[in-house]
Write a protein of this length. Structure first.
Length: 96
């Protein structure tokens, strides 16, 4: 079982890059650009859609109008998850 984290703040700091704050006062600057591929995340390559990101009031994570989201604990522990997610995104790109 892993800890449950909640997103409490977000800020667009660069194209496809967000500063994400959490309930334990930590924050992460995450570049999502390498992940914007595939059926769910690919549409977020449109910056106007990407920048419509919001914090879901119930799930306490990032959500986009097209239904894309991320587990808040994955976001909190981003340094551990970034490379495996980037490898997965590269596989999505090859299968398209």
């Amino acid at each position: 079982m892993h800890p449950i984290h909640s997103v409490t703040a977000l800020e667009v700091v660069a194209p496809y890059t967000l500063r994400v704050g959490f309930e334990d006062k930590t924050s992460r600057v995450i570049d999502f650009a390498p992940l914007l591929t595939g059926e769910l995340y690919g549409p977020l390559a449109d910056r106007s859609l990407f920048e419509q990101v919001r914090i879901d009031p119930e799930a306490k994570t990032l959500v986009w109008p097209n239904g894309a989201d991320f587990d808040p604990t994955t976001l909190h522990d981003w340094p551990r998850h970034a490379e495996p997610l980037k490898r997965l995104a590269r596989r999505w790109t090859r299968t398209l």
